[in-house]
Design a protein around this ligand. Sequence first.
Ligand code: SF4
Ligand code: SF4
Length: 590
Amino acid sequence: MTRKLLSGDEAVARGAWEAGCRVAAAYPGTPSTEILEAISTYKDIYSEWSTNEKVALEVALGASISGARALAAMKHVGLNVAADPFFSAAYIGALGGFVIVTADDPGLHSSQNEQDNRFYGLMARVPVLCPSNSQECRDYTMRAFAISEEFDLPVLIRLTTRVAHSSGIVEVGERTEVPLKPYEKKVTKNAILPAFAKVRHVDLEKRIDRVAALSLQDEFNRIEPGSVDLGIISDGVCYHYAREVYPDASFLKLGMVWPFPGETVRRFAATVKELLVVEEVDPFIELQVRALGLKVTGKDRLPRTNEMSQRALRLSMGLPAEKAEPETGVTARPPALCPGCPHTGIYFALQNQKAFIGGDIGCYTLGVMPPHSGMDTCVDMGASITVAHGTDKALGATDQRPHVAIIGDSTFFHSGVTGLINTVYNKSNVITIISDNRTTGMTGHQNHPGTGQTLMGSFGTIIKPEEIAKACGVKTVVVVDPYKVKETRKVVRELLAKKEPAVIVNRRACALHIRLHNPPFKVDPEKCDGCKTCIRLGCPALSFDNGKAHITATTCVGCGMCADVCPEGAISASPKSNVQSPKSSAGSPS
Ligand code: SF4
Ligand code: SF4
């Protein structure tokens, strides 16, 4: 055994590699993204960014059906997208070990909700493992593959942000090559038609009963005796918080939270005077403890929202907080698009259009804030187009506003395409803007079908959103460069005025991805008349002082958008800049 410093995500990847995993698929999403990024460094595993989580889960399921060990990873809301095959996968089972990792985000660090995916295991009848640190991430992943094959079941590993992103020393081993299990055509198992599925459901309950027996005996669910006055049941990172706050208490540390180890809980409860369940977000463990008829303290005292912490636990339980919240010394500021972000140009073009704008998930979601105020809704991946379609249908001729959807390139491939087909098929007048910054920006610049580069490094066909739009039946498809703000605004206003279905692809690479860093632009105070047109761009490098615009040279990346919109010609490139005018600004659309 050697030791490595690994994050939880990296440890899952290591465990998968050591366990002989052959296929891994994911769609990036914080806090799960690094699992596939780490797996891609192990060349024994075929790895891919799939177009969405449903696709990723089905890819891994296909590999498992064919006899290979396979893994699919996603953030918590990704499992909603993949829920359809997830439930069916439980019926089908696993020939090659099949592990699904969901990384939940209590506290919504980078998510639209705080859902607790332990419930998915209960609903789908799939075992759920909850590691509490990096070592367990590696160990549980390896065990999950073995359990999956032994019990003919997919296994769900549930991480949370703190487990996924914090690092710890991990004892690691070498890879064990696990031969492909011989594939046999078994339609009664793998084709879940109603007649076959009825039988498989009965079989699923038997398989789960067998795992339930394992959960009572296995090392996952560990009693740690301490004071008889208080017994704490906990899982994941909450176990460590509770251990710090109550060092003398007795503990039942749960690693397999479903099937629920009821007999172990009863045995533990009999040894202590009081029971406390410490868990994040929902009362998943608590509900099952209560269902055993045991008296327990849980969410009646502890918070149901946000992350758990030592401090939150102490305060909820009426214990003195050891110390005040650490002073970060960082001044709070509203979220903003980056200097040089191409989404800035399209939001400027949309200003004052009195449009209903359906928004989507990605960096451009920051456009919801002033001065852009560039979206009315944000629901989930792909919902921009479908929500705008719904409002267009509901309001119809009674509404004078154009109905617009704004969606990123990666999100368009993820789940925007079906919505676009729906608008064409069902005839609505939605103007769809695909904000194509040539990468998956929000999660750290992963490739996608529009970049043509795969996770394993090969280059292939670049799939163009404008060609997909035409193939979907959209007649008016225009590609614009959002750095040419005035031109972009002209196109947007013309199309919005027509109230006909159209697609605008605004293409310009993410300023961080291509590391745009031209010499800063500057304002000529003699020419500036203080109209604030440039300020409406929302670029963080622009400010207003003493009636004049000002550019912070250290923040400006020299994109030239402000110069394009200034009606007085008061903004220009620095003499050292190679950017001569906004129309030839650095970084051509690719
Ligand atoms: S747009 Fe031009 S004139 Fe108006 S405030 Fe900005 S720099 Fe000054
Ligand atoms: S050139 Fe203008 S718009 Fe671009 S980063 Fe600099 S200040 Fe912002």
